[in-house]
Write a protein that binds this ligand. Structure first.
Ligand SMILES: *Cc1c(COP(=O)(O)O)cnc(C)c1O
Length: 370
């Protein structure tokens, strides 16, 4: 770790990434493929650098949510296959030009993709067909199989590389029966598809918690996002994973409020006793939302909790350091491998996913163990 922090910085530890990848791989059979989900800037870190590292580690596949994210990876020299989970038809030409592989989840996108790939004289262009097994978000239903089979048979422009689905509650053991039913439905869908088409595409349904909790459902490939970044969705699994991101800043200035004096916009806090506050160069434009203000969230200064006091500003927060021995320039931890992003998010009822993906591009990224 660098000696003294000089600006708000998100440190990203590539050795921790390698550790998490190895841990998740150790849960798989040797021939199960590993797809790394690097959507949303690799969950708020940096998609290019994370994907390059994982490509060096010989990951099998990548996934992003949108076409532009896949294009950015191609521009950065990523050559592994890239699944685009939620493509829009306006980008189908780009998808083909940049060798990205679409998830086809409705009759509209299937028809459009066949039309575009035929127009561009494609042969056996790899596509992934997504089925809805209970999340009710994106995907075909079982009853659509005959139509899909008929359409894919009448064109040689596309080839079904995989059938996949997504679990709704793989981290929640109270929903185990629901998850097992999803897996069962998926199996039936795949069998029906195989019977109707005579094809045997790969199958995949597990996200990170699916990998950890449902080994019987790993099928041909698993799709991991949050686990790579260090969160396992349970305290037990978190022990085996290392959060790769550590968000730190420093104290810009210290103020002492007399009783009756107020702090920040809209006088969000009024001191009832002498109060020492530290102003930090990070605010809601950086991803620390207003919900963390009014003493909901806290940061760590010299191993003590300093509560975010008053209202969160766009570029700054103020924290109460009345009882903390600290001075201007001292390091401040928003979250790290011990004070996790998950714990930070919990103070306002949110989850690690939202905390880390919400960090804005303005925050400097520094890579450790690159
Ligand atoms: C985001 C996403 C994943 C990754 O989920 P994690 O819980 O982060 O492992 C996998 N599959 C799909 C379809 C996704 O949208």
């Amino acid at each position: 770790m660098p000696n003294k922090i000089r600006e708000t910085t998100l440190f990203i530890d590539l050795k921790a990434l390698e550790h998490n990848y190895a841990y998740l791989k150790s849960k798989l059979k040797p021939n199960t493929k590993f797809l790394a989900v690097v959507k949303a800037f690799a969950y708020g870190s940096d998609a290019q650098i994370i994907a390059k590292k994982l490509q060096d580690l010989e990951v099998d596949y990548f996934a992003v949510a949108y076409t532009s994210e896949g294009v950015a990876l191609r521009n950065a020299g990523i050559t592994k296959p890239i699944l685009v989970l939620h493509p829009q038809s306006v980008h189908f030409k780009t998808i083909i030009e940049r060798c990205l592989e679409p998830s086809l989840y409705s009759h509209f996108v299937l028809n459009e993709f066949i039309a575009v790939s035929e127009k561009l004289n494609q042969k056996h262009y790899p596509v992934h067909i997504k089925f809805n097994t209970g999340l009710n978000r994106l995907g075909f239903n079982a009853k659509d199989i005959p139509t899909i089979a008929a359409k894919t048979k009448t064109t040689s422009a596309i080839e079904t590389r995989s059938l996949f689905s997504h679990l709704a509650a793989s981290e929640d053991f109270n929903e185990k029966a629901f998850t097992l039913a999803q897996i069962e439905t998926f199996n039936t869908i795949c069998q029906t598809f195989e019977k109707e088409t005579g094809l045997k595409p790969w199958r995949h349904i597990c996200n990170t918690s699916g990998i950890l909790n449902y080994p019987q459902a790993h099928f041909n490939m698993v799709r991991s996002g949050i686990g790579l970044y260090g969160f396992g969705n349970s305290n037990e699994e978190n022990k085996h994973l290392i959060p790769i991101g550590r968000l730190k800043t420093l104290i810009s200035q210290i103020h002492t409020l007399n009783p009756g004096e107020s702090l920040g916009y809209n006088r969000g806090f009024i001191a009832d006793k002498p109060t020492r506050t530290a102003t930090l160069p990070i605010g809601h434009a950086d991803g620390i939302g207003r919900q963390y203000g009014q003493r909901k969230g806290y940061v760590i200064i010299n191993n003590q909790k300093a509560y975010i006091t008053g209202n969160v500003c766009m570029d700054m927060i103020m924290v109460d350091v009345t009882n903390i021995d600290c001075q201007e320039g001292d390091e401040v931890i928003l979250f790290d491998e011990n004070h996790t992003a998950e714990a930070f998010g919990k103070t306002t009822g949110t989850i690690s996913y939202e905390v880390i993906t919400g960090l804005s591009k303005r925050i400097k990224r520094v890579f450790l163990n690159q």
